[in-house]
Design a protein around this ligand. Sequence first.
Ligand code: FES
Length: 198
Amino acid sequence: MNDWVYTEKVKDHFTNPRNVLSQDDTAVYDGKGKVGNIKCGDEMIMVIKVDKAKGTIADCKWKTYGCASAIASTSVLSEMVKGMPLEQAYKITPKDVTRELGSLPEHKIHCSVLGDKALRAAINDYYEKNGMSEKIEIEEARIICQCMNVTDHEIEAAVLEGARTYLELQEHTKLGTVCGQCKDQAITLLNAYIKKHF
Ligand code: FES
């Protein structure tokens, strides 16, 4: 199989991205999120307008320096969330976005995680500015391998970059290469993240 083949919907959203934030956008937004993926060297900015009476997203715009997959998936995400309750939008995963797009080459899934991360950051920003900080869920990393200082977030990132076995996870993170005590927990997480994203 040639996994460079993109679906028509991906191509459409890449060549004609929706809801792109323009330089001279003077509108006032209620929440702004900015995230980056150091590995890819890309960045994503997302802004939302909130219908405060209904607690839904009234508008969503974004800008990225990411690749085709990041552009297409964020374009589709920005359409999905319009009119959606904030709580529901907060729970959108890259898998939901990929499903909406049709499909994405497996090795490009990690490019699509920026959009939903930026969206959660924008919603958190809105919560913070409007006295609702109790709704903010902090995505704190947990150290799984004490010896090599590897967190659950790094395990998830390795899965998104293609690690499918314990050995591949070790190649990506160096986890488990000293005392080996973290192995069982790491394998459980590895399988959980594969299930979550693929
Ligand atoms: S805790 Fe992972 S190698 Fe020791």
